[in-house]
Design a protein around this ligand. Structure first.
Ligand SMILES: Nc1ncnc2c1ncn2[C@@H]1O[C@H](COP(=O)(O)OP(=O)(O)OP(=O)(O)O)[C@@H](O)[C@H]1O
Ligand SMILES: [Mg+2]
Length: 273
């Protein structure tokens, strides 16, 4: 299947080279995991896809969404893509949710602007989205504010908000890092099932290879602005080629057994939010 989004030889400099020529593909219905140590350039890479790099960042290479080159696209054109064709979920749900607006307002404003739905249709759409991400009592949830939900529920709401306009690409940067371990598995399982159902092309950024082992289809490992290894999950976990990848795998709790446990936990799902 041809990729939905392709990155070729992407470079990003902010005073100094930070991302130094990376290439990767995102395909519909698949999760591409981007792992690697802190500061390796994972977040910069996802910000580049959203056109959210600082204005003084210099970029090179290419990021194509379908046939369209989006690297260096005018800001206004990118604003139209963002949220509609490429959506995002961040580590901290409060980044994407406004504290002073009800959940209903946030979910409906968004779709009314982008999809031009009537007030009632937008409300029905919001209820369906909340049902889909398993937020209990959606009608009631729409009248509440983000702080009235637990961390896990808030992340579910921000996933609902990201999916509101039925995007092709979903970027999730450390979506479970801020959550309790017991809640993480449930959110990962939700991402997994949404990817398949909605045919999303997902980039999952995390420094946690345990998370990758549980849900990514393909994994790329970054170090110092470069991708050192990129492979289907099973290959990467069972026959890593790169020295650095091997050292990361060895560092996982319980090494090999730990990875199997992580996979089992995600498959089993559950966990209280
Ligand atoms: N706005 C900026 N100006 C200058 N340097 C930056 C800026 N944003 C990031 N950097 C630098 O770019 C490098 C890559 O940062 P990035 O945030 O992409 O790392 P990361 O892989 O996401 O790390 P983490 O796992 O900690 O989130 C780091 O050295 C960081 O200090
Ligand atoms: Mg980061």
């Amino acid at each position: 299947m041809s990729p939905v989004l392709t990155i070729r030889d992407l470079t990003i400099s902010i005073g100094r080279p930070l991302v130094r020529g990376i290439s990767l593909d995102l395909t519909a219905g698949r999760i591409h995991g981007l792992a690697g140590e802190s500061g390796s350039g994972k977040t910069l890479t996802s910000l580049a896809m959203l056109g959210l790099l600082p204005a003084h960042a210099e970029t090179g290479g290419s990021i194509r969404l379908g046939e369209q080159e989006i690297l260096g696209m005018p800001r206004r054109a990118l604003n139209r893509l963002r949220g509609r064709r490429i959506a995002m979920v961040f580590q901290d749900p409060s980044t994407s949710l406004h504290p002073q607006l009800t959940v209903g307002r946030q979910l409906t404003d968004h779709v009314r602007t982008h999809l031009r739905l009537s007030k009632d249709a937008a409300r029905r759409h919001a209820v369906e989205l909340l049902e889909r991400v398993h937020v209990p009592d959606p009608e009631h949830a729409l009248r509440r504010y983000p702080h009235q939900f637990s961390g896990g529920q808030r992340q579910r709401i921000s996933i609902a908000s990201a999916l509101a306009c039925d995007p092709e690409v979903l970027l999730a940067d450390e979506p479970t890092t801020a959550l309790d371990v017991t809640v993480q598995a449930g959110i990962l399982q939700l991402l997994r099932s949404l990817t398949e159902e909605r045919d999303l092309a997902v980039l999952l950024v995390t420094h946690d290879l345990g998370v990758m082992s549980a849900i990514a289809d393909d994994v790329s490992v970054m170090r110092q602005g470069r991708i050192v290894e990129s492979a289907p999950r099973h290959q990467l976990f069972h026959a890593p080629q790169d020295e650095y990848t091997r050292s990361l795998l060895e560092a996982l709790p319980g090494a090999r057994d730990g990875r199997d446990e992580a996979a089992a936990a995600a498959e089993g799902g559950g966990g209280d939010d």
